[in-house]
Write a protein that binds this ligand. Structure first.
Ligand code: MN
Length: 216
């Protein structure tokens, strides 16, 4: 193949316990998937259809990174989420992600019925931990926790997802297209809030690698 200019390198994430890497294709994100978060955002918890949006693979950030505070926002929010990584034969593994959101831009988009791209799909908006293979962990009784500067700001049992992992995968498979390399950010519990330069976020789920990033 003869490219007009050099193509970018594939985006990938580390895999816990090995030296191979997970090649990332696309990032799907689920909105409104914990009732307590839907309520805090002033929404309706009636279960109808799941809400999806996307981030580009290039928005991923690995654990340990320093993230420059993004432009055009005064209200950058964290949303800690379980990340499901799809392989050739179904679920490959799991990670802990943070769906960074320019909440002020999102609020304007919601008010106008406009797209969320600028609110969600901006540079370095998708921190994600190393991935743990699915056969190495049991998440059935696990909890998700986010700490800001050491203090717990988000905490929930994972089994409080409105749409289960299986339901999300089934929906995406039928409605969109789900392939090996795709990541699914499965939604955030209550407690979302702002970060500022100097803050550190650290998210964890029992049995999975942590995601820790600092804003500068
Ligand atoms: Mn989210």
């Amino acid at each position: 193949m003869n490219f007009a200019f050099p193509p970018t390198d594939p985006v990938s994430l580390p895999i816990a316990g090995g030296d191979s890497r997970f090649p990332v294709r696309r990032i799907y994100c689920v909105g409104k998937n914990y009732a307590d978060h839907v309520i805090e955002m002033g929404g309706d918890i009636e279960r109808s259809e799941p809400i999806f949006f996307t981030k580009a693979a290039e928005t991923l950030v690995q654990s340990g990174a320093n993230i420059p505070y993004p432009p055009h926002t005064d209200n950058l929010h964290y949303e800690v989420e379980l990340v499901v990584a799809m392989g050739p034969d179904g679920v490959f593994g799991y990670g802990v992600g943070i769906d960074m959101t320019r909440r002020d831009i999102q609020a304007k988009a919601k008010a106008k019925g406009g797209p969320w791209a600028r609110a969600k799909n901006f540079h370095l908006s998708a921190p994600c931990s190393a991935l743990t293979p699915a056969d190495k962990v049991d998440l059935s009784s696990a909890h998700i926790v986010l700490r800001k500067n050491g203090d717990i700001v988000q905490h929930s049992a994972l089994n409080k997802l409105i749409w289960s992992i299986e339901e999300i995968i089934d929906y995406l498979t039928k409605d969109m297209d789900l392939q090996a390399g795709d990541l699914i950010y499965t939604g955030t519990p209550a407690g979302v809030g702002p970060v500022k330069a100097g803050d550190e976020l650290s998210g964890g789920i029992e049995g999975l690698e942590r995601i820790t990033v600092r804003f500068v």
